[in-house]
Design a protein around this ligand. Structure first.
Ligand code: URA
Length: 236
């Protein structure tokens, strides 16, 4: 991890304050003064500030049931960031592992462990995400099998060179399906249904990898992940 990030994780200092201390030469790594905020440090390094050893806080891992009209960004735009919903110390030091649109609800994972979130975000990891989708047009029984096969074989999205990766479509009712995809292209689920002539009118994420949205969390509520949930990504 970067040295300035390590200082934030082990003190109450902000990134700017940490950088100022580094510039002043007050931080040593294994006895040597280091001024570069991007210097990479590891758990076994001896890092001192003003002669005091620093110990980084444990990483944080959170699931949140995202309500509508919040955005998955660390900066507020037209809508506020979901990080406002956490009401914990240094919430804005965390980042969101896999975004949802402002009008999408459901499971988001939030952490300060970039290596962990890489398992979710990296296109190479093929992390499965399951969405409950409400559609404008009913899917009749004759269309069902064709649609399942189309999603399985890949959909040609407008403006994309390659077909979407195989997706699993599970028909729940005439206008409701569960869709599992392993990619995270911009507006992917909405664009997949647009490509087959339908329209998504409601979208809710229920699962990421093996982590299921806790049914006891109402929209806007959150909890820390269990050890097993955290490790479900560390081990994949
Ligand atoms: N696909 C979308 O179209 N929107 C989301 O928020 C997530 C997946």
């Amino acid at each position: 991890m970067r040295l300035d990030k390590f200082i934030c994780k082990s003190t109450e200092l902000t990134r700017t304050e940490a950088k100022k201390l580094l510039k002043k030469g007050e931080v040593r790594v294994n006895g040597e003064v280091i001024k570069n905020p991007a210097f990479q440090v590891h758990a076994n390094n001896d890092i001192t500030l003003d002669g005091q050893s620093l110990i980084a806080r444990e990483s944080r891992y959170i699931m949140l049931n995202k309500p509508m009209d919040f955005i998955c960004s660390n900066v507020d735009e037209v809508y506020p960031s979901v990080l406002h919903l956490l009401e914990i110390d240094k919430a804005f030091d965390l980042h969101i592992a896999g975004r949802l649109d402002a009008d999408t609800t459901g499971l988001i994972l939030i952490t300060d462990d970039g290596r962990w979130s890489h398992n979710i975000i990296s296109p190479k990891k093929d992390c499965a995400k399951t969405y409950r989708v409400w559609l404008r047009d009913d899917i009749n029984s004759e269309q069902q099998q064709t649609l399942i096969e189309q999603f399985q074989q890949g959909i040609q999205l407008h403006g994309e060179k390659q077909l979407t990766k195989p997706a699993l479509l599970n028909i729940i009712g005439p206008d409701q399906v569960l869709l599992t995809i392993t990619e995270g292209k911009y507006h992917q689920v909405k664009r997949m249904f647009a490509a087959v002539g339908n329209k998504v009118v409601g979208l809710h994420r229920e699962q990421i990898g093996k982590i299921k949205l806790d049914k006891s969390l109402s929209l806007g509520q959150w909890r820390f992940l269990t050890q097993t949930e955290v490790e479900s990504f560390a081990l994949t």
